[in-house]
Design a binder for this molecule. Sequence first.
Ligand SMILES: Nc1ncnc2c1ncn2[C@@H]1O[C@H](COP(=O)(O)OP(=O)(O)O)[C@@H](O)[C@H]1O
Ligand SMILES: [Mg+2]
Length: 262
Amino acid sequence: MSAPVVKIAVSGKGGVGKTTIAALLAKQLAAGGRRVLAIDADPVASLGAALGVEGHAEITPISEMQDLIFERTGAKPGTMGGFFKMNPRVDDIPERFSAACGSIRLMVMGTVDSGGSGCVCPESVLLKNLVQHLLLRENEALVLDMEAGVEHLGRATARAVDLMLIVVEPGARSLRAARMIRKLAAEIGIAKIAVAANKVRGPEDEASIRAALGDLELLGTMPHDQALIEDDLAGRAAYGRTDMPEQVRSLLQAIVSRAELG
Ligand SMILES: Nc1ncnc2c1ncn2[C@@H]1O[C@H](COP(=O)(O)OP(=O)(O)O)[C@@H](O)[C@H]1O
Ligand SMILES: [Mg+2]
């Protein structure tokens, strides 16, 4: 049996658990028989640690591959203006610049576009092209762990994403961020936008999150779990030593189903 391609971007306010959920999702997809490309698009890379990928700290971020950027775009990195190719070849990049962990490949994007969302520097062109051109085949999946904002995504990149998963936690700030992200994601053309509530301490937390979400679709909740804090403290993969609660398993399943279905 073959599984359809799924491409999921995970966003939300800093610290809500994007990286944790992205890592668990990647593993869930891999366990379901897919080959997974996990992209760490947060300038402060941590997906490798949450996945427990050996040597994750040694992966060279794409944005630091000056030779590659030069080779593919024909421009000196860092040059503003000037001429460079807007459609550099990118199809071989995931194979060449990633670390493998079973059927999960991890790529690290690094810091780009620090000049703001309007920057059209060769680095960001290469990265956007990369995400846009990741033509996955059956049984493959893309999980994109993003920084808080989605502004830098742009329309072209957004088209490469099936589902924008917004992670929230109890509290007004992450919910406000969720509404902003929803607006931005809709503006750049992402059709499916849904929420996962993390660090939920009980029914009261869940009820207040549901009330604040309004018509934003909630796919499920993840309990506040000391085990995840211990995992992070020890530099271990999320749920690297303890069993994943059933609630988390069903949340992950709901996310994958939402991405798969029209
Ligand atoms: N359900 C949870 N319960 C307790 N701690 C959590 C939970 N989910 C994530 N964490 C912890 O919160 C911190 C931030 O999580 P992380 O996934 O890095 O967030 P983000 O990527 O959104 O910044 C980490 O220390 C992580 O282990
Ligand atoms: Mg993160």
